[in-house]
Design a protein around this ligand. Structure first.
Ligand code: C2G
Length: 446
């Protein structure tokens, strides 16, 4: 029986070794396909550290492969199965269902993924995998675990949430080693945490993690009070730890290029920024309840990110107009206006309201237009009065985009840097300050 399996095999670890060992047991001859840089790029796998040669050597050194081939294009698996006369295709269970289409050619086996990764060696000369724990088990936490599979160098080790049933369900669904019954138990098993809990709980979870020497990736808004964001930043900096606010847009390749194009003067001096983000559906209605609910706290981070990245943090004034839900009293549609010395910006956010979700950056020579959903920036245009000068820009935005922020977080940890230009701590604090101001001083209707 001839068996085949594929993978990137970056920073070769116990999970990879066990996968190969079990694949080999399924037959008498094991072929291992190792992905090329180009193929990983095309399939949206990020943060691969080692070269193709090093990764091939990893597989050879395991002594488990009878033959190593390279995988360089989409659809190659079908060719390989026939070319190498394969009987069994084996792959880890994180891919469950994804390769059922190969059943027309051979047997397809999904092998249980190795849950825990023991090594915590993070020294530059011996890079290892960052073990991360997820705090919270809701929608965004689920998307995080799925997207983390596309980032090399990180392993979701466990989960903690206040409800034990949710912890169990989440850990089973994502095949995690640690189902933590307390937050400290989670912290004891990881190098970093991803905080995806209700906004008002971010500060305490982040603070506790930092004080135990763990890096923190925290959902937006980092905090609802600017002084708390500043305190967390100081804790992280004092300890040499990474504290990153998870505003996914900030890390998307297209968004970064849009900022660079705008700031490089191609549309002249920036005079206006208008950004809108509205959402009709909001899961369990949590967003519409309680102290921390409402469109500003829920969605404000995105348009404010665009404004801050384009115009900076030295605004002169903020004014906010909101309509409120008559039952819950939270803001459901809001406009936050910021005045800068030479520009005016407007952020519009809505829950249960729909408006065109685009971003327009007006300049003295032309403007940039980013169509909805601009926060998943894939495409934008520079437009001028002389239309022959118009230019279109296209970028990749794989999955739902969380992988870009995860990749940035991991690479900061492994490189030992505590600040990224893509979203600086001072910018997160400024966003928290505007959100705090907007929520407390909005002129309200309804
Ligand atoms: N794996 C595992 N346990 C882990 C980590 C990985 O069993 N803790 C398995 C994966 O399920 C996969 C193999 O090890 O079967 C290689 O993993 P990666 O190097 O992450 O490669 P991957 O992105 O899964 O490539 O064509 C490429 C393949 O589709 C899969």
């Amino acid at each position: 029986m001839r068996v085949i399996t594929y993978g990137t095999f970056d920073l070769f670890h116990e999970g990879h070794r066990r996968l190969l060992a079990r694949a080999k047991e399924l037959g008498t001859h094991l072929t291992v396909g190792v992905t090329t840089e180009n193929f990983d790029d095309a399939r949206g796998k990020l943060n691969v550290h080692q070269s193709l040669m090093e990764r091939i050597r990893n597989v050879q050194d395991s002594g488990l492969a009878d033959e190593v081939i390279i995988e360089e294009y989409e659809g190659q698996k079908i060719h390989d199965l026939q070319k190498y006369d394969i009987d069994v295709f084996a792959i880890g269970s994180d891919w469950l269902g994804a390769f059922d289409y190969l059943r027309d050619y051979c047997e397809v086996v999904y092998l249980d993924r190795t849950k825990g990764i023991s090594s915590t060696e993070l020294r530059a000369e011996k890079r290892a995998v960052v073990r991360i724990g997820v705090v919270g088990s809701g929608r965004i936490a689920n998307r995080f675990a799925a997207e983390a599979l596309f980032v090399s160098g990180i392993h979701v080790e466990g989960v903690y949430s206040r409800n034990p049933d949710n912890v169990r369900r989440y850990a089973e669904r994502h095949q995690l080693a640690v189902q933590a019954s307390s937050y400290s138990q989670l912290l004891a098993n990881v190098d970093a945490v991803y905080i995806a809990t209700p906004h008002e709980t971010h500060y305490d979870y982040a603070r506790q993690a930092l004080s135990q020497g763990k890096h923190v990736l925290c959902e937006k808004p980092l905090t609802l009070q600017a002084d708390q964001a500043a305190m967390l930043t100081k804790h992280a900096t004092d300890r040499g730890l990474v504290l990153m606010e998870a505003i996914k847009t900030a890390f998307a390749p297209g968004f970064q290029r849009m900022i660079a194009v705008a700031r490089s003067g191609s549309i002249g001096d920036i005079r206006s920024v208008d950004a809108t983000f509205t959402k009709l559906e909001y899961g369990d209605l949590r967003e519409l309840r309680g102290e921390s609910g409402g469109s500003i706290s829920e969605l404000g981070s995105y348009p404010l990110l665009a404004i801050i990245k384009l115009l900076g943090t030295d605004y002169l004034d903020v004014s906010t107009y909101s309509t409120r839900d008559s039952e819950s009293g939270v803001d459901v549609f809001s406009r936050i206006d910021l005045v800068y010395p030479h520009a005016i910006a407007s952020a519009r956010v809505g829950l249960g309201v729909k408006a065109e979700g685009d971003l327009v950056v007006g300049g003295t020579k032309g403007y940039l237009y980013v169509p909805a959903p601009w926060w998943k920036t894939e495409y934008f245009e520079a437009r001028f009065e002389d239309q022959t000068q118009n230019k279109r820009y296209y970028y990749k935005f794989d999955g739902d985009g969380l992988r870009y922020e995860i990749a940035e977080f991991v690479s900061m940890i492994t490189s030992g840097s505590t600040e990224t230009f893509k979203l600086r701590p001072t910018e997160s604090i400024a966003i928290a300050r505007i959100i705090e101001n907007a929520r407390s001083r909005a002129i309200s209707f309804g």
